[in-house]
Design a protein around this ligand. Structure first.
Ligand SMILES: [Fe+2]
Length: 493
């Protein structure tokens, strides 16, 4: 591929620059020092219905590229406006970035050591009060995790530009270089699947905001390069919450690999964090106004703060509310499916389930009538027994996650703190701790291969489309990634 290293205006052969295409020449001025607001004002406003709508549009392979780009720019204009007046912890001058990165990493690891000391001294888990709480978290952050790395997708077009090679390499490493056991999104999909979690169909719109911002950056590399670089700078630093999350998931017997993987790849020495800092300096000379460039990088950095963060999601968990949500969702299918033989406080189960407004009252009636015995062994609750076991009448109605929530809710916060699995032998023969995930793993002969669909499919006319956030984790996407990586390595040899 013939590639000029002087400007992002030059694209690899066969991949026309979208902003320089004739239809968009007026809308996207081909100057390196563009300001996002002026780009945004040149685009007809066509507000998306929701963050989720943008998210779905930008992950769909059916969305025309220009439409996706227009949508992305409109979203980013609003997002950048939202963070314009906020503050950040970046140094005043980009020269200070190396020291800033070292200090941030040190601060996180010191705080983690303090956390470990507290735990060793008998302190409780800081994030997850129960196994259900941890699973709720994994579910709630799914929309963001399922587009992991997406903000760098557009950097692939410039993979042979030395100034962009580090960012493109970071993206390819997010994709595991096409290795299905290392593709971050695929790992997260498997984590969700293994616990009866889904892609987040039931989640409120604000859960999709951060993912939509990330996808939008990945579609606007040529227009938003400083913001992409700034966002990446923030996302690739090692945060304390990642360390604690991994520790507590493992403690609860949940696979922490997705999180521990990020502790290693984001390291400040030679990992993604280091490449993120290098990208700031490597691309600075494209922008004649250094102050303006740094201001744009900083604004991009602050986009990390949009949407729901780890801490707010964790503190927003209320097990009673989650049980109510689960019951309400099931009531749609359950109304009419029960016999009228059984009445609870004068109403048949079908009558209770037939009116969504009654579900909370139904939940309380089950407690009042002794069908659910709070803060006890769930086996004593008449309601619990039909839900579990091969011959249970309602086996399969609730997912693993939903059963865990109901199980922990019945047991109450004190008992549920032990992290006991709902489907492990119960009651426990003696007070036990849930084996950590790693301990459980050591007991197994070998970890099952993380095998996905073995169909590798055919090739795609547009190889890079298969490396897009909505496709790279599929068998075809993984194969296309491996071919792309081999091409890059071949060119370097
Ligand atoms: Fe990742």
């Amino acid at each position: 591929m013939d590639h000029d290293n002087t400007s992002l205006q030059n694209h690899p052969a066969g991949l026309a620059s979208p902003r320089c295409a004739s239809t968009t020449r007026q809308a996207y001025p081909c100057s390196d020092d563009r300001y996002p607001a002026s780009i945004g004002s040149a685009i007809a406003r066509e507000p998306a219905a929701s963050f989720r709508a943008v998210y779905e549009e930008l992950t769909s392979r059916d969305t025309p590229r220009l439409q996706a780009q227009r949508r992305a720019l409109a979203l980013l204009r609003d997002a950048l406006d939202a963070v314009a007046g906020t503050t950040d912890d970046l140094p005043a001058d980009p020269q200070g970035l190396d020291d800033w990165m070292a200090a941030s990493a040190k601060k996180a690891t010191r705080a983690y050591q303090d956390y470990l000391a507290q735990r060793r001294a008998g302190g409780p888990r800081r994030f997850f009060a129960s196994r259900a709480h941890a699973l709720y978290f994994l579910q709630a952050v799914a929309p963001t995790k399922l587009v992991d790395g997406s903000w760098l997708f557009g950097c692939l077009r410039h993979a042979r530009d030395p100034r962009m090679a580090g960012l493109a390499q970071t993206y390819l490493e997010e994709l595991g270089n096409g290795d299905e056991t290392k593709n971050h999104v695929l790992l997260y999909r498997q984590l969700l699947q293994s616990h009866g979690l889904n892609e987040g169909a039931h989640l409120a719109d604000d859960h999709f905001e951060q993912g939509a911002v990330q996808l939008a950056l990945g579609h606007t590399t040529e227009q938003m390069l400083p913001e992409v670089i700034g966002f990446n700078l923030g996302y690739e630093q090692l945060p304390l919450h990642l360390l604690i999350t991994a520790y507590e998931l493992n403690e609860l017997g949940l696979d922490p690999y997705y999180f521990t993987l990020h502790v290693t790849v984001d390291n400040a020495d030679s990992g993604h964090a280091c490449k993120a800092v290098d990208a700031v300096a490597l691309n600075a000379s494209r922008f004649p106004d250094a102050g303006r460039y740094w201001e744009r990088v900083r604004r991009g950095y602050r986009l990390n703060d949009l949407g729901l963060g780890t801490t707010s999601i964790i503190s927003g968990f209320d097990i009673g509310t989650e049980v109510l949500r689960i019951f309400t969702a099931k009531a749609v299918a359950g109304a009419g499916a029960h016999s009228d033989y059984c009445r609870i406080e004068g109403r048949t189960v079908n009558q209770w389930l037939g009116d969504p407004a009654l579900i909370g009252e139904f939940q309380q009636a089950l407690v009042r009538k002794g069908w659910i015995v709070p803060e006890s062994d769930p086996g004593q609750s008449r309601f619990w027994r039909p839900l579990v076991g091969d011959r249970a009448e309602m086996f399969g109605v609730f997912s693993d996650y939903e059963l865990q929530v109901i199980f922990d809710w019945i047991r109450g916060p004190q008992a549920a703190a032990d992290g006991h699995r709902y489907d492990a032998p119960w009651p426990a023969p003696r007070p036990t701790r849930t084996p950590t995930f790693r301990a459980a793993q050591r007991l197994q002969e070998a970890r099952k291969a993380r095998a996905g669909d073995s169909d590798t499919g055919g090739s795609d006319a547009d190889g890079q489309a298969l490396l897009a956030p909505g496709a790279h984790w599929t068998p075809q996407g993984l194969e296309a990634t491996r071919s792309f990586v081999a091409g890059i390595r071949g060119a370097q040899a």
